[in-house]
Design a protein around this ligand. Sequence first.
Ligand code: HAM
Length: 427
Amino acid sequence: MRKPKGTRDFLPKESRKIEYVKKVFIEAAKSYGFEEIIMPTFEKTSLYSRGVGDETDVVKKEMFQVISSANIEKYCKGEYNLKKDGLTLRPEGTAGAARLLIENKEYISLPKKYFYITTNFRNERPQAGRFREFTQLGIEVFGVKESSCDIYVLLLFYNFIKKLGLKNTNLKINSIGCPKCRPSFHDALKSFIKPKLKDLCSDCNNRFDTNPLRIIDCKVEKDKEAIKGHPVSTDFLCSECQSNFNDVINTLNSLNIEYEIDNSIVRGLDYYSKMAFEMHTDMKGSISALGGGGRYDDLVSTIGGPSVPGVGFAFGLDRIVIAMESQNLFDNIDNINDIYFISIGETKAKAFEIFEDLRKNDYKIEFELNNRSLRSALKYADKQKFKFVLILGEEELKEEKIIFKDMINSKQELISWDNIKGVLNEN
Ligand code: HAM
């Protein structure tokens, strides 16, 4: 039996990396005052079709819809409407967060600053950095219209990546306008695209009238080529969108944060307005987008809530891990414990007593469980990169001593039991 296509197993050497990235993310999010929300893994399909948008690839092609065995029969008889009654495995977190805000009346006291770590599902064609099951590290701020909030969110977005030590990253930003100014941009875009429409894919043809912005986002290489030189959203911004964009750019400049204005960043989800941004690496292909986000002032009202502005982002955890691996950034987190404890012969009772005392005092220690020979236990400790080894044999037990081995400097000494912590602290 094999796992389904596009899913992955994570062995401890991988999960250790994931745990590390999550830890840095949680610390970063909390340092900016964000608190965790936990949402259901599946939601009503209508949340995504209304919130994310029927015309997006995510909703149109990539959703994993869930149907219980009991409802399959009803579905076959035409008594169950997948779109109206159906459920979908979460493809992204923003729509769910907006639903959570409304359902729990969290909008009564704003702003709200949430972070989440979610498993997501998209039925995409699996390739490097693109999976059918993947994890996002996301944040959302609800209730702030001011551009200071866009900047705040961008700072966390940028600083988290810096904190991980990732190099060769590129922050790309754009403004895609709002319902007030977007129609004039759409008109210009449509006039430009109309003569080329026959050369574009069927999706682009379908989107031409309903959602021309999505044509800029088309993944088909031939289409990308055909629409080169298209009108750009930043030339059509209304005064409100322009001032939001100027504020963001001016502040990034004064903070010396490097960014690039990239008008091709239109994001793949329909709820965005005003600022949109992505973080890219120099890796080739779709894997290069580590994360993205933007402002979504109409999402909450679109799914039936009051008018509450929002701005947020999500990083793809899987892609961050791949990028960090390629830059050897996990070399120092190889082992969670520093000390390896080897007990030889009839010494177990005392060995466990010492081990427990050290562990309770927050020493990062692990116990040799395999009853291996001293030689092979030491070989294992070396391979696992433990910094220190403590060895308790029958001779040492009699003398109330223990062998302390410094694996990095290849030093060894016999120390008394009451001096173990002292020696560990010195090294
Ligand atoms: P998104 O751009 O669709 O935005 O996804 C964010 C990130 O999730 C991507 O940049 C990528 O790193 C990762 N990702 C997406 N699809 C896959 C996949 N199939 N395999 C691996 N990683 C993937 C959103 O989802 C928005 N909800 C972000 C947001 C939050 N906007 C505002 N708030």
